[in-house]
Structures are given as structure tokens and as C-alpha cells.
Design a protein around this ligand. Structure first.
Ligand code: AP5
Length: 216
């Protein structure tokens, strides 16, 4: 199954993608996480991406499409994948269609996790992340068992540089202007599924699984 997890920053894409990847045994591909790893290693691409990401702006399309194309060509994507945070512009969505067409594939579902704006700001400014396994926590909604330590792998948790209020506001504006129009793009392709993301994490997961059906 080829899935896109769609939604505003903080909607819960990463949280749900990690669980879906385990449940459906398909890789979770997060462009944001790929950029953060490159930034941590200070690769040329990572240093370039940091200039955009830390301010809450989108990384240029050519860079982003290039890393996704390469990642999708890996053998582990043959039986399906979960894209999280990609596509984010109409050009990226059109490019993805072309990349998939080259290997006779298509997107089966675009899962739009819909969350109200106030909740998004609260979720992002209270988020804590694990740099090792990518697990995401929240100081109120999903605290780790030991403060500052990942439940999954024991690594130290950190606060993302782009989770400060100023960057969060820019990211939400960017989403409205550049990414939200993709909802119509995927409605036209008849693969959009809207999920109420204002519910608790387990209920959101249950709703997604019920929409996907037994396509494991
Ligand atoms: P990316 O890492 O993709 O960030 P994002 O889209 O802004 O989304 P987030 O990771 O902030 O949120 P999420 O929806 O995954 O929420 P999460 O599950 O963590 O991208 C970062 C940057 O990289 C971009 O700004 C851009 O610069 C660049 N980039 C990436 N892709 C790009 C692309 N395609 N093109 C160009 N540039 C690109 O949850 C958030 C918090 O809420 C957590 O604390 C979590 O515990 C909590 N939470 C989750 N679900 C719930 C719930 N149901 N109830 C209560 N709390 C919840």
C-alpha cells in the first residue's frame, strides 16, 4: 500500500506514520527527518536545508524531490511506503506522480489529518523528539515515562529548532499557502481520506486503520 500522510505541521503525521509503519510493515519516509539527519551530520545538503528549515520555510523543490526519488528506488519500498511531509507543493505532487508512473505505481490513499489551528500551536511548542529513533512526545499529551528520555530507545529527547513560536507561525502560514491546495489535487484523484485529528492519538490511529481496511 502506497500512502501519503498529509496535514499541517503538528497534525500528528509523524506520530501516526510510526505506528502505521509497524502495523503494515512498510517503510516510513519522512522528508523532515531525512533533512534533520543530514543537518546533524552537516552534509552540504543538510547545511543548505538548515537555512530554510530553521526559519520555517520549505526547502527548494529540486532538493526535496531528488531525495524522495532516490529513497523510493530502494528495494524496501517495493511493497509499499508511507510518505510523511511530502509532497508539500503542487510541483512536488506532480513530480511524485511521474516518479511512480515510471514503475507503474500510484498513491492508494492520501490521509489528511485535520486539526484545528490552536491545537497545532500547542502541540508543536510542547513537542519533544528522539534524535535516534524519531519518536515524538508531548509534555502534556504524550509525556515520556522518564522526563527527557525516549521510551523506545532510551536516547535523550530534544526540542526541534523549528518548534519555536516564530518558526511555527511561519510553518503554519506556509502550509496554508503552498500545501493545503493539494487537498483539491488529491480529491480530484479520488484517493483523499479525511481523519479528525483533534481526537486522542489512539482514536486517530483506529480511524485511519478503519479507513484503510484490511489492505495489509
Ligand atoms: P517535517 O518534519 O515534515 O515537519 P512538519 O510537516 O512541520 O510536521 P511536524 O513534524 O512538525 O508535525 P507532525 O504532523 O509530524 O506531528 P507529530 O506527529 O510530530 O518538516 C520539517 C521541515 O522540513 C519543514 O518545515 C520544511 O522546512 C522541511 N521539509 C520537509 N518536507 C519538505 C518538503 N516536502 N518540501 C520542502 N521542505 C520540506 O506531532 C506533533 C506533536 O503533537 C507531538 O508532540 C505529538 O506527541 C503530539 N500529538 C500528535 N498527535 C496528537 C494527538 N492526536 N493529540 C494530542 N497530541 C498529539
Amino acid at each position: 500500500m502506497n500512502l501519503i500522510l498529509f496535514g499541517a505541521p503538528g497534525a500528528g503525521k509523524g506520530t501516526q506514520a510510526l505506528e502505521l509503519a509497524k502495523s503494515y510493515q512498510i517503510p516510513h519516509i519522512s522528508t523532515g527527518e531525512m533533512f534533520r539527519q543530514a543537518m546533524a551530520k552537516h552534509t552540504p545538503m543538510g547545511d543548505e536545508a538548515a537555512k530554510y528549515i530553521n526559519k520555517g520555510n520549505l526547502v527548494p523543490d529540486d532538493v526535496t524531490i531528488g531525495i524522495v526519488k532516490e529513497r523510493l528506488s530502494n528495494p524496501d519500498c517495493q511493497n509499499g511506503f508511507i510518505l510523511d511531509g511530502f509532497p508539500r507543493t503542487t510541483f512536488q505532487a506532480e513530480s511524485l506522480e511521474k516518479i511512480l508512473q515510471e514503475s507503474n505505481k500510484k498513491i492508494d490513499y492520501v490521509i489528511d489529518i485535520d486539526v484545528n489551528q490552536d491545537a497545532l500551536i500547542q502541540r508543536l511548542t510542547g513537542r519533544r523528539m528522539c534524535s535516534k529513533c524519531g519518536a515524538s512526545y508531548h509534555i502534556i499529551h504524550r509525556p515520556s515515562k522518564i522526563e527527557g528520555v525516549c521510551d523506545e530507545c532510551g536516547n535523550e529527547l530534544y526540542i526541534r529548532k523549528d518548534d519555536n513560536l516564530e518558526s511555527v507561525k511561519t510553518r503554519l502560514e506556509t502550509y496554508q499557502k503552498q500545501t493545503k491546495p493539494l487537498i483539491d489535487f488529491y480529491k480530484q484523484r479520488d484517493c483523499l481520506v479525511v481523519i479528525d485529528g483533534n481526537q486522542d492519538i489512539k482514536k486517530v490511529f483506529a480511524d485511519i486503520v478503519s479507513k484503510l481496511g484490511d489492505n495489509k
